[in-house]
Design a protein around this ligand. Sequence first.
Ligand code: ADP
Ligand code: MG
Length: 621
Amino acid sequence: MAIRILSTHLVNKIAAGEVVERPASVVKELIENALDAGATRIDVMIEDGGRKLISVADNGGGMSAEDLALAFAPHATSKLAYEEDLFAISTLGFRGEALASIASISHAHIRTRQRANDGGFEAKASGETAEDVRPCPASPGTTVTVRDLFFNTPARRKFMRTVNTEMGHITEQLTRLSLPHPNVAFTLTNNGRQTQNLPSAETTAQRVRDLFSVDLAEALLPLSPRGHDVRVAGLIGTPSAARGSGKWQYVFLNGRYVRDRLLSHALREAYRGLLEPRQFPVAFVFLEIDPGEVDVNVHPTKIEVRFRNGQLVHGELLAAMKETLNKADLSPRVSFAESNDMGEPAGDDEQRRQSLREAMADFFKKAPPTQPRFSFPEGQSPAPHSANASAPAFAGQYTPQPQPQLASAPAMGRTVTPAPPLPRPAPAQSPAAIQIHNAYLIAAAEDGLVIIDQHALHERILYNEFRARLAGDAGRLTAQRMLIPETVDVTPAEMATLDNHSHLLERLGVEVAPFGPNSMAVQQFPSLLAERGVEAGPFLREMLDKLAEDETTDPERLMEDLLEMMACKAAVKAGDPLTQAEIDSLLRQSESVDKASSCPHGRPTTLKLTLKDLAKQFKRI
Ligand code: ADP
Ligand code: MG
């Protein structure tokens, strides 16, 4: 096989494969050029999610006729003249390949005018051809128009997703580019409808408010500026503003959005002990480093970087966040529901204690102590020996129960003062089990004993129940109408996501409707979740995060992921004291459930010790 030098067109097309993954990549490159040109206003117009048209208009410096003649040429850039510049980059672009690559796979057009000139110039390029520069009327600045993206690369074209998905990616790029430039005004329009309007703002907090929500902007703590070689500034979320995915962690290095393991690690580390394992802090962090200390030329889209002294950057960022978190008042709120669950009032106040005792005594007069606090799964007939199962379930209601002796040991680090004598539950019928540390159940099995993780088992039971319902005649979960719809702030991309998955939501029994320009109201909600006291607002929030994070496009897989999340939310938690009736009910249900030995995430629900194991351990055999 003979060695050949590739044609310029082919080289551009190959470069395009690296730089232009989808319409959002074009938007990114064009906005970067506009920012490099000093624009203070940037308008992005899209048609059909970018498939048909992408246009970025700016009011920046513009180009001369000579510059425009070179703009579509590969490796033509005004931003890098000498080799040493490569190690001191202060502009967003510098490789000079974006316009050449984009034009090689689309019909591209540039119209530009330098403010001092009376008229402007235009040029066209497409595939292998580029037309000469021509004079034309134009307002100051540059407008780049890209039509029919991927017209000559059918493989890429096929990879384009729905308009909503592509718009989601475009919105995300706009978010990343507009956060470090709050003073620059941006708009985004798709098919004639404006989806983002970001007026010029004074502060990052204002930009966050316009991009996301007032709620989020108010839950941010400013980082006190610090550092010498590494300057750190920005805003970080309070622990209660944390999200279900790391998507809300925006880290910028010298004005460029980056993803970096070291920096994500610093974020996790700063919140250690303040968040549950699957929660991620929200952060908008801006790092400034001497450009010579970092290599941004390690990735074609420059999203990954290499630090000369990574430990220093990590250390400075961590210190800045810790300082802010230490200073802030983050004392966790003790919710009354929790103190009820503990069978103890939250404070030492004797009066409150007394009234709680009275309330408990009162309650026991009305409700039989065997009433399960969680209802039996829908459609499943209660076990025959459960006397009260047909009575209405006291979902989420206060049902204090005396705990078996073991469980009244100090729980969650709190000392429990002996409670006044209360009626004891009738001795449990088979299967007998006790709860320890409000987290595990220990039960006798025919040939030994089992230890059950109450949360994992309940998760499995609920998950199977959801699946059975969806596979059943109705094909969907039973929903209940919200008396007062709960509203959730959403971004345009999230609105699009909800729209995209409307069928899925319908099957899950979730109904949402727009409520003002930036929020959604939950109008219907799965009954099983409502009965378990799950709140509709936070649930929708988590579901959106899950959908945003989920890479899969397989609707079944997505459904499973959501069901797992729902089961997890609705299940009893480690730390929830259970009544004897609830324990019995859980164990009975586990007998009739498939895959009862593992939770939907694959972790075991049950550990077993056989009599033989015990005998061995005690050296009886
Ligand atoms: P790079 O940004 O890496 O230099 P590009 O291919 O993106 O390469 O752009 C090539 C050149 O065209 C830039 O260096 C710049 O001089 C010019 N250019 C592109 N877009 C604009 C714009 N919006 N305003 C002014 N000049 C621009
Ligand atoms: Mg560029």
